[in-house]
Write a protein that binds this ligand. Sequence first.
Ligand code: ATP
Ligand code: MG
Length: 508
Amino acid sequence: MAHKSKFQAIRGTRDLLPPETGLWNHVEETARKVFGTFGFGEIRPPIFEPSELFGRAVGGETDIVAKEMYTFIDRSEKLARHPRIGELGAFIQAVKKLYDAGEIPRDASNQLAIEHAEAKWSAVENLFLEKEGTKADFENIYDLLAYIDSMQLGSNLSLRPEATASVCRAYIEHGMAQLPQPVKLYYIGPMFRRERPQKGRYRQFYQIGAEVLGGSDAPAIDAEVIEMVMRFFDRLGLAGVELDINSIGHNAPDCRPAYVQKLKIELEKVKDKLGADSQRRIETNPLRVLDSKLEHEQPIIATLPRIADHLCEECAAHYAAVRRQLGLRGVIYKENWRLVRGLDYYMRTTFEITAKGLGSQNAVCGGGRYDGLVELLGGPPTKGIGFAIGEDRLILSLQESGKGAAPQGRDVYIAWMGEHAYAAAIHAAKDLRNAGFSVELPPTELKFGKALERADKLGSRYALILGDNEVSEGSWTLKTLADGTQEKFTEPELLEFLENVRVSGVRS
Ligand code: ATP
Ligand code: MG
């Protein structure tokens, strides 16, 4: 079926097509409905932001920021695109002006490049006044071009790899701390990460997420956020849903850091038995070792100290209260001491939800508390908790368990023949569509046999047969395609009949 064309979707991206998009819309509508009942409003942040926002929020040492972001320089429109070599002096002055105004990054590397380029330009400027050149002059020109090439002549932007950073940025930018707290926001949209594409892992993928910002860090908030995701999955009929929770304490000397220290000591003792990745993580991020999926590391990890035994008093009490609150809400969970987030501002509650039919990419939702994040981005100290659902995986799981979208048929196919009939057909199509029925009106006249064939191929439920005779008699024939039976109606009767069968369950 598929044709090789000159242009193809970029690796890791894909077209979502009908009827599958019907399922996507259903999932998104359900999210809006369920989240709305919990008092969440929608935020639509932009798809690109300054790279630095993600560097700060997600963390420069994470895989996401270190190797997976789509980053580009948005070259200032105030600079000539292709300056001629004799005009480079003016070009450098224009760059300098933008630098002083902060319109291109005021960093050491740009500053140095501008200084050197200015010096090189004054060394070669005379050449363009028609004096003879020497070898040294050519070298200077070469250097000059290299310096210009090294300048970052615009903002450094990235396609968003996730949306929590943007939501926190927006919370600060719009002074949302002045609103009644907490502020509850959800988002739906594409994210971009340069990962190795495979089932359930794409370079453009979609997330449905929500954040609760401001107010208190009451355990009931953590529990309600989790309850909301579970309610959403339940509404969709997602199969094999499992919720894992954990607490990773907080960043105070008597809590997580003390545990990480202890963990590090234990890891050093078994270092030789671990793989290269885990060995490296003992230094960079010991918590992440717990994440390892490597078969041979599992028995070793099982013997490591557990964070639950090392939480400070407040964190332990908070965790116990979250579990109690989940119990009150009838949310079933499993404690998983190996569930961690490796970033400093993530704290206390973390959770992950898996579903059936996804192989090894079976996480459909990740979430947790991040009380330090808004402050880290320059805002006031703000409590925060949120989650992100992988919509692509959610859809895959629904499809695997037979909840895919039905092909979109038509309620009524209008088989018309003759000029009078055509005018009546246009009116009938208008009335039926206004009443909410899906109608196919062929743009050119077809023989009845051909028209019925088309109606069948499109999965139509009824064919409305309109010839000039039917129109002049005011008696319209409706054919039920499944069994071939026919009935005659006047126009108002027809609408009434269709309304009635819709009540008793026609697709709409
Ligand atoms: P994973 O361990 O599967 O890579 P993650 O920890 O990178 O997940 P998060 O950043 O927490 O994922 O994002 C939340 C959810 O978004 C994940 O649970 C997953 O369902 C989905 N997700 C993340 N990356 C991708 C991707 N490249 N393609 C499709 N879905 C993704
Ligand atoms: Mg990932």
